[in-house]
Design a protein around this ligand. Structure first.
Ligand code: NAD
Length: 454
């Protein structure tokens, strides 16, 4: 197992940093520190917790450009995306801070006394994050967990530990207590597994592949450890013949090319009603070809490189040799580049049509009618996101209810807002993050009955 993590710039393949990898003993020591910090934090007044989290949000805001540039360097994100990501961390902290003061229990009518519920913090929460959105995904769990009175141990992905480490420093500068939010860079099988199996960690929030998520869920069962899973996706983009085809075709490329397709919500299955298929394809070709792929630091760039050479090879393996495809542009030379690609004429059950490629590759498939569209949309083991394009309000509602996915959008591709719930059906995950109830996922409900008879 490596004792250090080598962080490469995916656009240049240059070494950005070398970071010592945490081992099981480091995790154990961090749990001890976190448990002590958590007891004091949970006992603090909710308004004090809220104030410190707002300070943390302001400190992130003040360093947003520095964090964005770090994300560009370690993850190859476009500068525009990276700036949005730093702002998202600020907003998540700010939104969760208000929750600390609104973590209300209930009063339930009973005979002979008073019945109330309390939302108690869990204790120490382990957050295991992927490399595709290192900052926002770490903050999705960290912000509400802290606001609800927990301590957080964050294990970032092997390839992207730098923004997480910087966020932990900023938290201390903002006044968060020592030990309350610690970052443990390391490998999944060592540092990640140590968090999953440690009896002092009350909950794991895991975002990553379905394969690793299933293994973590099984290990958590041993201690009946709480778990939230945000896993893979293979989301449909359903275009009915009555839709605004120009708008649907113009929006389709970035719905699967944003972040180079390394997005669990990427709309990589473009399903088009057969009667509109030829027209849609005609409109899609220039839209794909015009996407600007290149230097992430150039503000005009819309798509950057993939995260690593190994991932590039994996993405390439999904594209059959000589397949019919609409292909965009990509730079040559160093860096992990793959061009925007829409495969046509593939079988509905081909690996590229049902498995998560996690790269800038989509398939275009025809369907006959509404029932056929729903059948095709639901024909994967996943259920994370999806979009529908139609001018028929009734159809939009019927189809929205029929597609088995946690996050749908009609005549748009938006799916993630920090103030609306997010999560997957089926093998896309378990539990929900974000939204008005985000804090309750980091609490246990305790019911107390107080007799008035004595
Ligand atoms: P991954 O499963 O390989 O790794 C994710 C994290 O788990 C990393 O930090 C890794 O070190 C850790 N890990 C690996 N093995 C482990 C083990 N045995 N024990 C504990 N931790 C372990 O996933 P990835 O390639 O980094 O991320 C891409 C995946 O994440 C895609 O499948 C994508 O769809 C998914 N994703 C899902 C969402 C969502 O919200 N549903 C969001 C983003 C990404």
């Amino acid at each position: 197992m490596p004792t250090a993590l080598r962080v490469l710039n995916p656009a240049t393949e240059e070494l950005v940093a070398t970071v010592p990898a945490a081992g099981a003993a480091d995790v154990d020591a961090a749990v001890t520190r976190a448990a002590a910090a958590q007891r004091a934090w949970a006992a603090a007044a909710p308004a004090d917790r809220a104030r410190l989290l707002r300070r943390f949000a302001s400190a992130v805001d003040a360093r947003a450009e520095e964090l964005a540039l770090l994300e560009v360097a370690e993850a190859g994100h476009t500068l525009g995306n990276a700036r949005w990501e730093a702002g998202n961390v600020r907003d998540l902290l700010d939104y969760a801070a208000g929750g600390a003061e609104r973590l209300n229990g209930r009063q339930i009518p009973v005979a002979g006394g008073l019945d109330v519920t309390f939302l108690e913090p869990l204790g120490v929460v382990g957050v295991i994050a992927p490399w595709n959105f290192p900052m926002p995904i770490a903050a999705w769990a960290t912000a509400p967990a802290l606001a609800a009175g927990n301590a957080v141990l964050l294990k970032p992905a092997e390839t992207t530990p730098l923004t997480a480490l910087r966020l932990a420093e900023i938290a201390l500068e903002a006044g968060l207590p020592e030990g309350l939010f610690q970052v443990l860079p390391g490998t999944g099988p060592v540092a990640g597994d140590a968090l999953v199996t440690h009896p002092g960690v009350a909950k794991i929030v895991f975002t990553g592949s379905t394969r690793v998520g299933k293994a973590i869920m099984a290990k958590c069962a041993d201690q009946v450890k709480r778990v939230t899973l945000e896993l893979g996706g293979k989301s449909p983009n359903i275009v009915f013949a009555d839709a605004d085809l120009e708008a649907a075709a113009a929006a389709a490329p970035m719905s699967f090319l944003d972040n180079s397709g390394q997005d669990c919500c990427a709309r990589t299955r473009i399903l088009v009603q057969r009667s509109a298929y030829d027209r849609f394809l005609e409109l899609l070709v220039p839209a794909v070809e015009e996407v600007v792929v290149g230097d992430p630091l150039d503000e005009r760039t819309q798509m950057g490189p993939l995260i690593s050479r190994a991932h590039l090879d994996r993405v390439r393996s999904y594209v059959p040799e000589g397949a019919a495809a609409v292909v965009g542009k990509a730079p040559g030379g160093p860096g992990f580049w793959f061009p925007p690609t829409v495969l046509t004429g593939v079988a509905e059950d081909a690996p590229c049509a049902v498995e998560e490629v996690f790269g800038p590759v989509a398939v275009l498939l025809p369907f006959e009618d509404e029932a056929d569209a729903i059948r095709l949309a639901n024909a994967t083991e996943y259920g994370l996101s999806g979009s529908l394009w139609t001018r028929d309000v009734g159809r939009a509602l019927r189809a929205s209810r029929a597609v088995r996915a946690g996050n749908l959008s009609v005549n748009s591709h938006s799916s993630v807002r920090y103030w609306t719930p997010f999560g997957g059906f089926g093998r896309s995950g378990l539990g929900r993050e974000l939204g008005p109830d985000a804090l309750t996922a980091f609490t246990e409900t305790k019911n107390v009955f107080i007799s008035t008879e004595g």
